[in-house]
Write a protein that binds this ligand. Structure first.
Ligand SMILES: [Zn+2]
Ligand SMILES: [Zn+2]
Length: 423
């Protein structure tokens, strides 16, 4: 690292902050909170931002926190982290593993774990926010540090945007940036212009038949046969209606019908999940599902129309090209060989709801959290590293360093690509 850039000078402070950030991370990991329950996390975020001199708005969209640091005229950059954990029983064996349980929205007691690494995101953004606050002579403009609830259930960003206090809390911004820790070697950082994460839509489809004795099919409209036809026919949506160059996934994850071998039931319920990378494909695939289901119900002489219910919906994440090129150039400069071109990811995120609502371009990147030696071992054995615990696994355990440093550095470097004042 040279000390000729604002990023290098700002990041000199990381030496002093590192131990404190690591402690904070371990505490957060040990005290995870489910989506919409991030009250203690939000409270510690608030107090740290206030201590660093940020103007803080609290309780936006439930538990969302927005810190604003104004530092003269210049660009206005929003950095975002998500705060929620998952109902997963941690099995990492880490000294700071979570043993937390909580009551979920349905009233069940569930274990809670930061199995997606949002504790890394929160700590990294607090680290970056602190460094930027303590080196205001190195940059000009406005930095907005936004901590959102409930990414895992897809409505946390939307909840903040829909809060009447959101616009005032955030103010005007020019660009929005966010990151996610992923199962790639720690220390590496990947960017990608254009599509990076898919949109996700789940749909519950209920189709109706007419119940009867299993020995008298002529008196029935069999929902099992109807549902089976739908399952088969839906396989043609992606294979026959979507261009081969356009990635899309349609999975029917659940099909329930009937209760007994000699009883023909009166309805069937299918739950399916669709992943797409642009709005046109998304609309066409969902329309095709409705069209095929409706037509199959007609073909079976179903006594009433099918019902469709969309749930767990995530927007696509499509990086602005100019923004991503600017960020990627700054990363290449700072990280050198550790910067790579990220592949298209099939995961989904709700981050883009924020810049979409603000009407600003955005870029989202991924960075590594996995022990690099695990990849080296796989490479030495001539195999693909498929046994690295991925996000949402009970074994997901980012190595503390260089993961945390990389997350902090990435946010500072990307923000300063806009806010930095000369070399
Ligand atoms: Zn997740
Ligand atoms: Zn996540």
């Amino acid at each position: 690292m040279n000390d000729t850039t604002p990023a290098a000078r700002v990041l000199q402070g990381l030496q002093n902050d590192r131990a404190d950030l690591e402690d904070f991370y371990r505490h957060l990991h040990q005290h995870p909170e489910l989506s919409h329950q991030e009250t203690a996390t939000a409270e510690s975020v608030r107090s740290r931002l206030e201590d660093a001199g940020y103007d803080v708005s609290f309780g936006i969209g439930g538990t969302g926190v927005v810190g604003v640091l104004r530092n003269g005229d210049g660009p206005r950059v929003l950095l975002r982290a998500d705060m929620d954990a998952l109902p997963v029983q941690e099995a990492t064996g880490l000294a700071y593993a979570s043993t937390v349980t909580t009551t979920d929205p349905s009233g069940d007691t569930v274990p809670v774990m930061h199995a997606c690494g949002h504790d890394v995101h929160v700590t990294a953004l607090l680290g970056a926010a602190g460094l930027m606050a303590s080196s205001r002579d190195q940059w000009k403009g406005t930095l907005v540090a936004l901590f959102q609830p409930a990414e895992e259930v897809g409505d946390g960003a939307r909840g903040m945007v829909d809060d009447g206090a959101f616009a005032d809390a955030v103010g005007a911004v020019d660009v929005a940036l966010a990151q996610h820790v992923m199962p790639v070697p720690a220390g590496r950082i990947g960017t990608r212009p254009g599509a990076i994460l898919s949109a996700a839509d789940s749909m519950r489809v209920t189709v109706h038949g007419r119940g009867a004795h299993g020995s008298m099919p002529q008196a029935a409209i069999d929902p099992v046969v109807l549902a089976a036809m739908i399952v088969v026919r839906l396989q043609t949506v992606v294979s026959r209606e979507v261009a081969p160059t356009e990635p899309a996934v349609l999975t029917i994850g659940s099909l329930r019908a009937g209760s007994k071998s000699n009883v023909i039931g009166d309805h069937a319920v299918l739950e399916l999940n669709v992943r797409t990378y642009n709005e046109q494909t998304r609309t066409s695939v969902l329309d095709a599902v409705r069209r095929i289901v409706t037509a199959e119900c007609q073909a079976s002489d179903s006594p009433k129309p099918p019902e469709f219910e969309l749930f767990d919906r995530f927007p696509a994440t499509t990086n602005d090209t100019a923004t991503t090129e600017k960020v990627a150039a700054a990363f290449a400069d700072h990280f050198g060989e550790r910067h790579f071109d990220a592949p298209l990811e099939s995961a989904s995120e709700d981050f883009s709801d924020l810049p979409e609502a603000l009407g600003v371009p955005y870029s989202y990147w991924i960075f590594g959290g996995a022990d690099p030696s695990a990849y080296q071992a796989a490479e030495d054995a001539g195999r693909v590293a498929q046994d690295i615990p991925v996000n949402h696994s009970p074994f997901f355990a980012p190595v503390l360093q260089p993961t945390l440093d990389t997350g902090v550095e990435a946010l500072v470097v990307a923000a300063l690509a806009y806010l930095g004042t000369g070399g």
